[in-house]
Design a protein around this ligand. Structure first.
Ligand code: NAP
Length: 249
Protein backbone atom coordinates (compact mmCIF):
# COMPACT_ATOMS: atom_id res chain seq x y z
CA UNK A 1 0.00 0.00 0.00
CA UNK A 2 1.28 3.49 -0.81
CA UNK A 3 1.85 5.70 2.22
CA UNK A 4 -1.75 6.83 2.73
CA UNK A 5 -2.67 9.60 5.15
CA UNK A 6 -5.91 9.89 7.10
CA UNK A 7 -7.13 12.85 9.15
CA UNK A 8 -9.49 11.91 11.98
CA UNK A 9 -11.20 14.79 13.80
CA UNK A 10 -11.78 14.17 17.50
CA UNK A 11 -9.14 11.45 17.62
CA UNK A 12 -8.00 11.91 21.22
CA UNK A 13 -10.68 9.66 22.76
CA UNK A 14 -13.46 7.20 22.07
CA UNK A 15 -14.35 6.14 18.54
CA UNK A 16 -11.87 8.57 16.95
CA UNK A 17 -8.94 7.26 19.00
CA UNK A 18 -9.79 3.62 18.22
CA UNK A 19 -10.11 4.50 14.54
CA UNK A 20 -6.68 6.16 14.63
CA UNK A 21 -5.08 3.10 16.22
CA UNK A 22 -6.75 0.63 13.85
CA UNK A 23 -5.86 2.73 10.80
CA UNK A 24 -2.23 2.75 11.94
CA UNK A 25 -2.33 -1.04 12.39
CA UNK A 26 -3.52 -1.25 8.76
CA UNK A 27 -0.59 0.88 7.55
CA UNK A 28 -2.03 4.40 7.42
CA UNK A 29 -0.19 7.51 8.57
CA UNK A 30 -2.54 9.29 10.96
CA UNK A 31 -3.33 12.87 11.89
CA UNK A 32 -5.76 13.36 14.77
CA UNK A 33 -7.35 16.62 15.83
CA UNK A 34 -8.87 17.37 19.20
CA UNK A 35 -10.32 20.28 21.16
CA UNK A 36 -8.93 20.22 24.76
CA UNK A 37 -7.29 17.04 25.92
CA UNK A 38 -3.61 17.45 24.97
CA UNK A 39 -2.35 14.55 27.09
CA UNK A 40 -4.83 12.03 25.71
CA UNK A 41 -4.08 13.14 22.14
CA UNK A 42 -0.31 12.82 22.68
CA UNK A 43 -0.81 9.36 24.22
CA UNK A 44 -2.59 8.21 21.03
CA UNK A 45 0.27 9.62 18.92
CA UNK A 46 2.79 7.64 21.00
CA UNK A 47 0.76 4.44 20.58
CA UNK A 48 0.63 4.94 16.81
CA UNK A 49 4.36 5.62 16.63
CA UNK A 50 4.95 2.43 18.62
CA UNK A 51 3.11 0.64 15.80
CA UNK A 52 5.73 2.04 13.42
CA UNK A 53 3.51 4.63 11.74
CA UNK A 54 3.83 8.39 11.43
CA UNK A 55 1.36 10.32 13.60
CA UNK A 56 0.54 13.88 14.60
CA UNK A 57 -2.01 15.46 16.94
CA UNK A 58 -3.25 18.98 16.19
CA UNK A 59 -5.34 21.05 18.59
CA UNK A 60 -8.10 22.45 16.37
CA UNK A 61 -11.75 23.23 17.05
CA UNK A 62 -13.87 22.02 14.11
CA UNK A 63 -16.36 24.79 14.85
CA UNK A 64 -13.82 27.56 14.07
CA UNK A 65 -13.05 28.01 10.36
CA UNK A 66 -9.59 29.52 10.87
CA UNK A 67 -8.61 26.54 13.04
CA UNK A 68 -9.92 24.08 10.44
CA UNK A 69 -7.91 25.80 7.69
CA UNK A 70 -4.80 25.78 9.89
CA UNK A 71 -5.33 22.06 10.62
CA UNK A 72 -5.33 21.14 6.94
CA UNK A 73 -2.34 23.41 6.25
CA UNK A 74 -0.48 21.49 8.96
CA UNK A 75 -1.37 18.23 7.19
CA UNK A 76 0.00 19.69 3.93
CA UNK A 77 3.22 20.76 5.63
CA UNK A 78 3.88 17.61 7.67
CA UNK A 79 2.50 14.88 5.38
CA UNK A 80 2.23 16.41 1.90
CA UNK A 81 -0.91 14.48 0.98
CA UNK A 82 -4.35 13.46 2.23
CA UNK A 83 -6.21 10.28 1.30
CA UNK A 84 -9.07 10.11 3.78
CA UNK A 85 -11.02 12.29 6.20
CA UNK A 86 -13.04 10.94 9.12
CA UNK A 87 -15.52 13.58 10.33
CA UNK A 88 -15.72 12.12 13.82
CA UNK A 89 -15.66 15.11 16.25
CA UNK A 90 -19.12 15.47 17.73
CA UNK A 91 -20.83 16.67 20.88
CA UNK A 92 -24.04 16.34 22.80
CA UNK A 93 -25.20 18.22 25.89
CA UNK A 94 -27.22 17.47 29.02
CA UNK A 95 -30.40 15.51 28.36
CA UNK A 96 -33.49 17.73 28.32
CA UNK A 97 -36.67 18.39 26.35
CA UNK A 98 -36.65 20.56 23.22
CA UNK A 99 -38.65 23.27 24.97
CA UNK A 100 -35.81 23.74 27.47
CA UNK A 101 -32.93 23.95 24.94
CA UNK A 102 -31.26 27.37 24.88
CA UNK A 103 -30.42 28.91 21.52
CA UNK A 104 -26.76 29.01 22.60
CA UNK A 105 -26.83 25.24 23.12
CA UNK A 106 -28.53 24.64 19.77
CA UNK A 107 -25.90 26.75 18.06
CA UNK A 108 -23.05 24.88 19.80
CA UNK A 109 -24.35 21.40 18.96
CA UNK A 110 -25.37 22.17 15.39
CA UNK A 111 -22.20 24.13 14.65
CA UNK A 112 -19.78 21.45 15.86
CA UNK A 113 -21.70 18.48 14.47
CA UNK A 114 -22.90 19.90 11.14
CA UNK A 115 -20.91 23.00 10.18
CA UNK A 116 -17.68 21.44 11.46
CA UNK A 117 -18.19 18.40 9.21
CA UNK A 118 -18.98 20.61 6.21
CA UNK A 119 -15.89 22.80 6.76
CA UNK A 120 -13.54 19.82 7.12
CA UNK A 121 -15.04 18.20 4.02
CA UNK A 122 -14.48 21.42 2.05
CA UNK A 123 -10.79 21.42 2.93
CA UNK A 124 -10.44 17.70 2.17
CA UNK A 125 -12.14 18.05 -1.23
CA UNK A 126 -9.76 20.88 -2.19
CA UNK A 127 -6.88 18.47 -1.67
CA UNK A 128 -8.31 15.13 -2.83
CA UNK A 129 -10.52 16.02 -5.83
CA UNK A 130 -9.05 14.82 -9.12
CA UNK A 131 -10.30 18.02 -10.78
CA UNK A 132 -8.03 19.92 -8.38
CA UNK A 133 -5.04 17.69 -9.18
CA UNK A 134 -5.63 15.33 -6.23
CA UNK A 135 -5.60 11.53 -6.26
CA UNK A 136 -9.19 11.07 -5.02
CA UNK A 137 -9.92 9.59 -1.62
CA UNK A 138 -12.61 8.88 0.91
CA UNK A 139 -14.67 10.75 3.50
CA UNK A 140 -16.40 8.92 6.37
CA UNK A 141 -18.91 10.90 8.43
CA UNK A 142 -20.01 9.91 11.93
CA UNK A 143 -23.77 9.96 12.04
CA UNK A 144 -25.77 8.09 14.69
CA UNK A 145 -28.73 5.76 15.08
CA UNK A 146 -30.20 8.85 16.78
CA UNK A 147 -30.80 10.23 13.26
CA UNK A 148 -33.66 7.74 12.81
CA UNK A 149 -34.64 7.25 16.49
CA UNK A 150 -34.96 10.98 17.30
CA UNK A 151 -33.69 10.88 20.92
CA UNK A 152 -36.95 12.25 22.39
CA UNK A 153 -36.67 13.73 25.90
CA UNK A 154 -32.88 13.52 25.74
CA UNK A 155 -31.19 15.33 22.84
CA UNK A 156 -33.36 15.92 19.80
CA UNK A 157 -30.86 18.64 18.82
CA UNK A 158 -28.07 16.07 18.58
CA UNK A 159 -30.32 13.59 16.72
CA UNK A 160 -31.32 16.32 14.23
CA UNK A 161 -27.67 17.18 13.67
CA UNK A 162 -27.02 13.54 12.77
CA UNK A 163 -30.04 13.53 10.44
CA UNK A 164 -28.32 16.43 8.70
CA UNK A 165 -25.13 14.37 8.48
CA UNK A 166 -27.06 11.57 6.74
CA UNK A 167 -28.38 14.02 4.14
CA UNK A 168 -24.96 15.65 3.82
CA UNK A 169 -23.45 12.22 3.15
CA UNK A 170 -25.98 11.34 0.44
CA UNK A 171 -25.73 14.73 -1.30
CA UNK A 172 -21.97 15.06 -1.12
CA UNK A 173 -21.43 11.47 -2.28
CA UNK A 174 -23.27 12.29 -5.51
CA UNK A 175 -21.61 15.69 -5.89
CA UNK A 176 -18.00 14.50 -5.76
CA UNK A 177 -18.13 10.89 -6.99
CA UNK A 178 -16.78 12.14 -10.32
CA UNK A 179 -13.81 13.61 -8.47
CA UNK A 180 -12.73 10.18 -7.23
CA UNK A 181 -13.95 10.75 -3.67
CA UNK A 182 -16.31 8.32 -1.96
CA UNK A 183 -18.47 9.64 0.90
CA UNK A 184 -20.13 7.34 3.40
CA UNK A 185 -21.45 7.48 6.97
CA UNK A 186 -21.35 5.14 9.93
CA UNK A 187 -24.34 5.28 12.29
CA UNK A 188 -23.28 3.84 15.66
CA UNK A 189 -25.78 2.85 18.33
CA UNK A 190 -24.98 2.63 22.04
CA UNK A 191 -21.19 2.68 22.17
CA UNK A 192 -19.21 2.84 25.42
CA UNK A 193 -17.28 6.15 25.34
CA UNK A 194 -17.02 9.34 27.40
CA UNK A 195 -19.72 11.08 25.35
CA UNK A 196 -22.53 9.71 27.52
CA UNK A 197 -21.20 11.49 30.62
CA UNK A 198 -21.84 14.76 28.76
CA UNK A 199 -25.56 13.88 28.68
CA UNK A 200 -25.50 13.50 32.47
CA UNK A 201 -25.60 9.67 32.46
CA UNK A 202 -22.21 8.01 32.01
CA UNK A 203 -23.89 4.59 32.30
CA UNK A 204 -26.39 5.24 29.51
CA UNK A 205 -25.08 2.41 27.23
CA UNK A 206 -25.38 -0.15 30.04
CA UNK A 207 -28.77 1.21 31.16
CA UNK A 208 -30.26 0.88 27.68
CA UNK A 209 -28.40 -2.27 26.55
CA UNK A 210 -31.44 -4.48 27.26
CA UNK A 211 -33.29 -2.74 24.40
CA UNK A 212 -30.61 -3.68 21.88
CA UNK A 213 -31.56 -6.84 19.94
CA UNK A 214 -28.05 -8.21 20.55
CA UNK A 215 -28.49 -7.46 24.26
CA UNK A 216 -25.37 -5.38 24.76
CA UNK A 217 -23.74 -2.05 24.04
CA UNK A 218 -20.89 -1.82 21.52
CA UNK A 219 -17.22 -0.92 21.80
CA UNK A 220 -15.41 1.91 20.05
CA UNK A 221 -13.32 -0.74 18.31
CA UNK A 222 -16.45 -2.29 16.79
CA UNK A 223 -17.24 1.07 15.17
CA UNK A 224 -13.64 1.73 14.15
CA UNK A 225 -13.54 -1.47 12.05
CA UNK A 226 -16.42 -0.19 9.90
CA UNK A 227 -14.88 3.27 9.53
CA UNK A 228 -11.48 1.93 8.49
CA UNK A 229 -13.12 -0.48 6.03
CA UNK A 230 -15.11 2.36 4.43
CA UNK A 231 -11.91 4.46 4.18
CA UNK A 232 -10.04 1.68 2.45
CA UNK A 233 -9.94 0.47 -1.15
CA UNK A 234 -11.77 -2.67 0.02
CA UNK A 235 -14.90 -0.48 -0.06
CA UNK A 236 -14.06 0.84 -3.53
CA UNK A 237 -17.66 0.61 -4.83
CA UNK A 238 -19.38 1.77 -1.61
CA UNK A 239 -20.57 5.37 -1.96
CA UNK A 240 -23.40 7.26 -0.26
CA UNK A 241 -23.98 4.42 2.23
CA UNK A 242 -25.30 4.89 5.77
CA UNK A 243 -23.93 1.90 7.69
CA UNK A 244 -25.69 1.09 10.97
CA UNK A 245 -23.38 -0.33 13.67
CA UNK A 246 -25.96 -0.81 16.38
CA UNK A 247 -26.35 -4.45 17.33
CA UNK A 248 -29.65 -4.28 15.44
CA UNK A 249 -31.10 -1.35 17.43
P1 NAP B 1 -16.14 11.26 22.81
O1 NAP B 1 -15.65 10.03 23.48
O2 NAP B 1 -16.89 12.28 23.60
O3 NAP B 1 -14.91 11.95 22.06
C1 NAP B 1 -15.15 13.14 21.34
C2 NAP B 1 -13.90 13.53 20.59
O4 NAP B 1 -14.22 14.69 19.80
C3 NAP B 1 -12.74 13.94 21.49
O5 NAP B 1 -11.55 13.59 20.82
C4 NAP B 1 -12.88 15.45 21.56
O6 NAP B 1 -11.67 16.14 21.83
C5 NAP B 1 -13.34 15.76 20.16
N1 NAP B 1 -14.07 17.01 20.00
C6 NAP B 1 -15.22 17.39 20.61
N2 NAP B 1 -15.57 18.62 20.19
C7 NAP B 1 -14.63 19.01 19.31
C8 NAP B 1 -14.43 20.18 18.54
N3 NAP B 1 -15.28 21.21 18.61
N4 NAP B 1 -13.35 20.25 17.73
C9 NAP B 1 -12.48 19.21 17.65
N5 NAP B 1 -12.62 18.08 18.35
C10 NAP B 1 -13.67 17.98 19.18
O7 NAP B 1 -17.13 10.86 21.57
P2 NAP B 1 -17.42 9.45 20.86
O8 NAP B 1 -18.49 8.76 21.62
O9 NAP B 1 -16.15 8.76 20.54
O10 NAP B 1 -18.12 9.96 19.52
C11 NAP B 1 -17.44 10.15 18.30
C12 NAP B 1 -18.46 10.38 17.21
O11 NAP B 1 -19.36 9.27 17.14
C13 NAP B 1 -19.33 11.61 17.45
O12 NAP B 1 -19.60 12.26 16.23
C14 NAP B 1 -20.61 11.03 18.02
O13 NAP B 1 -21.73 11.85 17.80
C15 NAP B 1 -20.69 9.73 17.25
N6 NAP B 1 -21.52 8.72 17.92
C16 NAP B 1 -21.18 8.22 19.14
C17 NAP B 1 -22.00 7.27 19.75
C18 NAP B 1 -21.72 6.67 21.10
O14 NAP B 1 -22.59 5.95 21.65
N7 NAP B 1 -20.56 6.90 21.69
C19 NAP B 1 -23.17 6.85 19.09
C20 NAP B 1 -23.47 7.39 17.86
C21 NAP B 1 -22.64 8.31 17.27
P3 NAP B 1 -11.15 16.38 23.38
O15 NAP B 1 -10.68 15.03 23.86
O16 NAP B 1 -10.01 17.33 23.23
O17 NAP B 1 -12.31 16.89 24.14
Amino acid sequence: MKNQVVLITGGSRGIGAETALLAAEKGWSVVISYRNQDEKAQAIVKQIEALGQKALAVKSDVAVEAEVIALFETVDREFGRLDALVNNAGVLETACKVIDMSVARLQRVLTVNIVGSFMCAQQAIKRMATSNGGDGGSIVNLSSAAARLGSANEFVDYAASKGAIDTFTIGLSKEIAGDGIRVNAVRPGLIVTDIHADSGDANRPERLAGGVPMGRSGSAREVATSIVWLMSDEASYVNGALLDVTGGR
